[in-house]
Design a protein around this ligand. Sequence first.
Ligand code: ATP
Ligand code: MG
Length: 251
Amino acid sequence: MGRIVALLNQKGGVGKTTVTVGLASAAAASGQRVLVVDLDPQASSTWILGHDPATVEVSTAEVLAKADADKAIVESTWSPLIDLLPASNRLQPHEHGKPKRLRNALERIADRYDAILIDCPPSLGNLTTSGLTAASLAIIVVEPSALGLRGIGAVADVIDEVWDAHNDSLELAGVIVNKVPAISGEADRRYDELTRIVGKKAIWQPVIPQRVIVNQASGERRSIHSYGARSADVTAAFDQLWKKLRRITRA
Ligand SMILES: Nc1ncnc2c1ncn2[C@@H]1O[C@H](COP(=O)(O)OP(=O)(O)OP(=O)(O)O)[C@@H](O)[C@H]1O
Ligand SMILES: [Mg+2]
């Protein structure tokens, strides 16, 4: 096992959703099957993957309240290789269900996928706890800015707490750095600071560059791979990160 991966950070806007769907896109491009689980009440990955959270019939909200994952899973509009367990407007930021429910639901269907990617909300509340309880790997997504690095210790603490209380097979797989500008002394300094905080080995390579096309892709609800040469450096980064994730999940 090692197939269920939670992508998290309490900080908003660092790219949890972008990295989740970018990895899904890379997986599909190399012929692997993935499930994206949307645990965020903002439902960004649901929307980007082609579904409207206002009309979703069965969602992560119902799965957390004990529905079968099977009843909620839909195909994304990107690829038949990318399925989605959508969020809906019913998903509450302060969910109170038992943390193990999502895990139980996902364990039953995990064999169908090469990986399950859980897009967590920007908080360290009960939804993120459910995501971490279901996962065998946690990946922290950060951006190289002062604000982007704040609170990373609190994220690591929550991973520890979930390990203690609910899930002793959870491992911190590493840190993915997103929105790295081409030239910036400030970003370089923050990258060095991150290296000091988490250690060089924990930072996955390559980092994901900051590019307008990434922002455009989410606005147009399209995969980064669908832009061909225009997004080549970003797709190459996601392809390599997916390769690494796949190596770990197969181990
Ligand atoms: N590498 C990048 N280059 C340019 N824009 C990016 C990049 N990564 C993300 N963005 C943009 O930044 C914004 C926030 O990204 P995203 O929604 O993935 O972050 P998030 O961490 O999931 O946010 P939230 O905490 O609200 O869930 C989006 O508009 C997205 O298109
Ligand atoms: Mg998000």
